[in-house]
Design a binder for this molecule. Sequence first.
Ligand SMILES: [Zn+2]
Length: 295
Amino acid sequence: MMVEPDTPAASPRLERWLTTGGVAVWTDRALARDGILVAFTERGGGASAPPFDSLNLAAHVGDDPQAVDANRTRLLESLGYGRLRERLVTAEQVHGSHVALVGRADAGAGAFARGVPPVAGTDALMTVDAEVPLLMLYADCVPVVLVATDGRGAISVVHAGWRGALAGLPGRAAARLASAAGCRPSDLVAYIGPHIGACCYEVGDDILSQFCNTFDTIGAVDGRLDLAAAVRESLIRTGLGSDRIAETGLCTRDHTDRFFSYRAAPVTGRHGALAVIAEGEYDEPASRAEQHRST
Ligand SMILES: [Zn+2]
């Protein structure tokens, strides 16, 4: 990490980055240059056939396992992290509220479709170790990446569907991450990726009333639920400033050409949220990205 411990990190921001081979991610380029990569993936640039076309990163949805493995390889290589392919960590996501701290000994758990199993039963992965890339999978649920930039860094990748959001999982993960990193929650930065927006997320009155009772920022409007508002409130209650939270603001249901949406098609792939603390300087494959951008 090149960030001085007493220097507050700049406000986080997300921008679209078209890398090699048509793989596009939403990332914070400044953070990446400081040694921590955060990436929310789009669905283009992969090897999977419909209905998983094409950068499906999930092994549990019925896709060809070889295509899934090839897609994960393509993603890491496109970001300059091909060397960490065998160290990738994924989770058996269960819509719970457990936070799992993983380390070097867990590297490779769930890396391949038919290899070592993923980390069991958790919707938040966290690490303070470098070179342990964390990947969680989504199709409408809210991807959240939390980062402690002090010292050598710490990261958490969270999967928040309505159950996780209602249980305050993002805030719990932030508190755990700050504790693991030895900083205050207010020192963290958070990134909220593409998810189903309030524009498209209709839920029953029972669920909506639970959110209204739990969160100040949720109102019962047209039976639609703003999951990101609940995630933001959960983080802010834990101590993060609103200026420490960056969002793509993209609705997955509205952009099925770029993201997977379970509500649009129950049999579909999963896009991902990836985070990794780099050892040493990050060798950003910028020249290749520039080539793609100019075409
Ligand atoms: Zn929408």
